[in-house]
Design a protein around this ligand. Structure first.
Ligand code: ADP
Ligand code: MG
Length: 472
């Protein structure tokens, strides 16, 4: 039924609007007449809620008569889906335990960007872009081995005051929570303080700008203004979707670079792997300086954690966290900066609510969910190859070999696909681990299997089963 709801929405709203706002909408569950949907960003959530909630509800109702309510949550934040309140005032809890937890969280002023997102993204289309978060500066960015190069490039671009642009575009890529957005905001602050015309946009806001401009027939003016700036900062470009929006994105980037204006981009993957984008746009994005931010090593985690704890302590003098506990948390939480920040908030909430000092034991309880949920098992490519080989009655060396018989090609492609989906390895790295193949071969395999899964339910189940077997 959900697939039909999506199909209806696509037919009713058109390809571009659908791709921009609904392609990443997923059904979580249905319970007692409430359909819980999820999206990957807060912006998308507030945008859908303020513009399309009735539409989605009515479309859903037309398919499943029992549906009476829609709730939209944000995936991957660990936060439960919260009901959509009829009035904005109720959206943030003002009483009850949740409010207390909120109150116990560090009294950092709600960042301007978060505030505008909570208002429903109403300012998103205005060409000042999204506001910069005052906390995300170079001064608060902790340096380590994995981000030193990215930081150096960011500083240079931000402080550049000569003619033209330095590295154009400057392109950061890294997994979630490794500091991309932090660096982008850092650049934005410095450049803006120096009097340069800066626009910071997330992919969502970029798409919103165009969809909106097209609707109000202002597209030309919008483009003109976008091209009249000194520095365009685009976050999470992997989310850019929709044919004409991709094209506009390409034109905008080209026009700015050709005019010697600086473009800075961040994504969760390298430009070559932005599969939704046109080949020419991808190579343009790869044509400047591409810098990967690596995972946080333990030392860097300790530094980030200590810096964050010091900030919080400045506002909560009684809040003491020993070095041992800091070391424990930094060791337990390996995933990313976002979880480290989450850990600090939990420690503080715990200390404030119970009025007791943070011990090793309370720390363990407070961060338990972060440790468990956020650390998926590390799956090895070798294990994938072994499992897939045994399921298909071939040997692992067949998979690594040059043989091209169907009996070997299919398992090989499935194994490549699973390696891409289940590990953090890049396509070139996966190619190397499959007998020294080229990354385009891997990409081809991934696309092929993705397509087959969509067409062939039996193969889909088979691959799903392999995934589960590898995951537990
Ligand atoms: P990304 O955009 O890569 O997903 P963010 O920039 O949003 O990650 O970082 C997630 C959180 O971790 C933010 O609160 C950020 O301030 C913090 N963080 C990440 N890296 C660092 C760092 N090197 N120094 C200080 N804070 C960091
Ligand atoms: Mg980010």
């Amino acid at each position: 039924a959900w697939a039909r709801v999506k199909r209806r929405l696509r037919a009713e709203l058109g390809e571009d609007v659908f791709a921009s706002w609904f392609a990443r909408l997923e059904l979580q569950d249905v319970e007692g007449g409430t359909a819980r949907l999820t999206v990957p960003t807060r912006f998308l959530k507030s945008w859908l809620e303020s513009h399309y909630l009735d539409r989605v509800l009515n479309t859903f109702k037309a398919e499943v008569a029992e549906i009476a309510r829609i709730e939209v949550g944000v995936r991957g934040t660990g936060a439960p889906v919260r009901p959509v309140a009829p009035s904005p005032a109720k959206a943030s809890p003002t009483s009850g335990p949740l409010a207390r937890l909120h109150a116990a969280a560090p009294p950092v002023p709600v960042s301007a960007s978060a505030a505008s997102e909570m208002r429903g993204g109403d300012t998103a289309g205005d060409l000042n872009g999204a506001p910069l978060d005052g906390r995300l500066t170079f001064a608060s960015f902790v340096l380590g081995r994995s981000n030193a190069l990215a930081h150096a490039a960011a500083e240079r671009v931000a402080r550049h005051d000569g003619e033209g642009a330095l590295y154009n575009p400057l392109y950061f890529h890294a997994g979630v929570g490794l500091g991309k957005t932090h660096l982008l905001h850092g650049i934005g602050h410095v450049a803006r303080d120096a009097g340069r015309r800066v626009i910071y946009l997330t992919a969502d806001r970029f798409m919103y700008g165009f969809v909106n401009a097209l609707k109000t027939q202002n597209a030309l003016a919008y483009k003109e203004r976008l091209r009249g700036i000194d520095l365009l900062i685009l976050d999470d470009v992997q989310f850019i979707q929709g044919k004409s929006i991709q094209a506009e994105f390409g034109h905008t980037v080209n026009a700015l670079i050709d005019a010697g204006r600086q473009v800075v981009v961040a994504s969760d993957r390298p430009p070559t792997e932005l599969e939704a984008l046109d080949e020419r746009v991808r190579s343009r994005l790869a044509g400047g300086l591409v810098v990967e931010i690596g995972s946080l090593d333990e030392q860097l985690r300790v530094s980030i954690l200590s810096a964050r704890l010091a900030q919080v302590r400045a506002a909560h003098p009684g809040f003491e966290v020993s070095q041992a506990v800091t070391a424990y948390v930094a060791r337990a939480i390996t995933a990313n900066g976002r979880d480290l920040e989450g850990a600090v908030n939990r420690l503080l909430a715990h200390a404030t609510l119970t009025g007791t000092a943070v011990t090793m034991e309370t720390a363990e309880t407070a961060i338990r969910d972060l440790v468990k949920n956020r650390e998926p098992k590390r799956i090895k490519i070798e294990d994938i190859q072994k499992l897939v080989a045994s399921r298909y009655n071939v040997s692992r060396s067949d998979i690594l070999s040059e043989r091209r018989t169907a009996a070997v090609v299919k398992p090989r492609q499935i194994a490549m696909y699973l390696s891409k989906v289940l590990t953090l390895r890049s396509l070139p790295e996966i190619g190397r681990r499959f007998g020294g193949r080229d990354h385009t071969t891997v990409l081809h395999a991934v696309r092929k299997i993705e397509k087959l899964i969509g067409e062939d339910a039996i193969l889909g189940d088979e691959v799903e089963l392999l995934k589960r077997m590898l995951q537990d």
